[in-house]
Design a protein around this ligand. Structure first.
Ligand SMILES: NC(=O)c1ccc[n+]([C@@H]2O[C@H](COP(=O)([O-])OP(=O)(O)OC[C@H]3O[C@@H](n4cnc5c(N)ncnc54)[C@H](O)[C@@H]3O)[C@@H](O)[C@H]2O)c1
Length: 287
């Protein structure tokens, strides 16, 4: 399938990533079928997309009259059979292997044989997911970054089975969205999380060992290394539970102790201090 034949894109899951992915496809003229399991999640996603489009109007990125056109291209549904007319599909359901396998198998049965199925997984083996479908050569990882409308990177992950044609079409599609695709092969954590998470983990160890406060660690990395956010501020943004989960994937995948999660991270997760989403992590977000 070539990129020119793609007009309608199915997005499975209307959460943080699914709404951002739908926003970007619709903004670049694609019809979107956005599927979630409950109408309330779809309503919430449409509200978020509307707010984010308002922000883009204010910043002068899009015109006010474009907003309604973009929104009208996003068709929300709880009925999975609607995805049958899609020319490309992106899965963005929660990061659980059993759930992803079941959603991908169901989607695989409904999509036309030539359609490429992509997963936005941040840590599960794309090769394993591809193998669960009847289209392993038309399966690929498309790792969008959060927030999707703002971040330019898409890490494009080739499963062992991904064909050259699937790879080329996916890269071209990323470019049509004015994103920068970077190709990597399937390995635990791909490149993004394999490089980022050990830094976050080391920053947590520095705090745990009393080397410096969280503020000091972040200040060193922001002022000295020109990082826009310190690693611990970023950890709070990602969610400390997600950080531990990804470290566990790296630890298990490589069998190397250098990826063991810092005990302080585990302790904070046990306390329910998950970062921004729970109001407290390395920093406090209440009030
Ligand atoms: N949040 C991030 O920063 C981030 C960044 C990159 C990649 N990812 C990856 O993107 C994926 C989605 O993450 P998220 O943060 O958007 O999760 P989320 O929990 O915000 O959203 C997931 C959505 O999927 C829906 N869902 C559950 N079962 C479904 C089904 N059977 N069919 C359709 N929808 C279903 C849920 O109702 C929910 O609305 C995960 O694989 C995650 O690892 C997340």
């Amino acid at each position: 399938m070539t990129v020119d034949t793609i007009r309608t894109v199915a997005v499975l899951g209307a959460g943080t990533m699914g709404n951002g992915i739908s926003h970007v496809f619709a903004r670049f003229g694609y019809e979107v079928i956005l599927r979630d399991v409950d109408e309330s999640f779809l309503g919430r996603a449409k509200d978020t997309i509307t707010k984010n489009l308002d922000r883009e109007v204010k910043k002068g990125k899009i015109a006010e009259e474009d907003k309604s056109k973009i929104l009208s291209r996003i068709h929300t549904t709880t009925d999975l059979s609607q995805i049958a007319r899609a020319d490309f599909a992106v899965e963005a359901v929660p990061e659980r292997l059993d759930l992803k396998l079941s959603v991908l198998r169901d989607a695989d049965k409904l999509l036309r044989p030539e359609v490429i199925l992509a997963s936005n997984t941040s840590s599960i083996s794309v090769t394993t997911l591809a193998a669960a479908t009847e289209r392993p050569d038309r399966f690929i990882g498309m790792h969008f970054m959060n927030p999707v409308p703002v971040m330019v990177l898409i890490e494009v992950i080739r499963a062992l089975q991904t064909s050259d044609e699937t790879f080329r079409t996916t890269i071209s599609l990323c470019e049509r969205l004015e994103k920068k695709p970077v190709a990597v092969n399937d390995a635990p954590g791909f490149v993004s999380n394999r490089v980022l998470l050990p830094m976050i983990n080391e920053a947590a160890f520095a705090v745990m060992e009393g080397v410096a406060t969280a503020e000091a660690v972040d200040a060193v990395m922001k002022l000295g290394m020109n990082h826009p956010m310190g690693p611990l501020e970023l950890a709070d943004f990602i969610g400390l539970d997600t950080c531990v989960h990804i470290l566990d994937v790296l630890h298990e995948g490589f069998g190397d102790s250098k990826y063991r999660a810092c005990p302080l991270l585990r302790k904070m997760v046990a306390a329910g201090w998950l970062g921004r989403k729970s109001g407290r992590g390395f920093y406090s977000y209440t009030g």
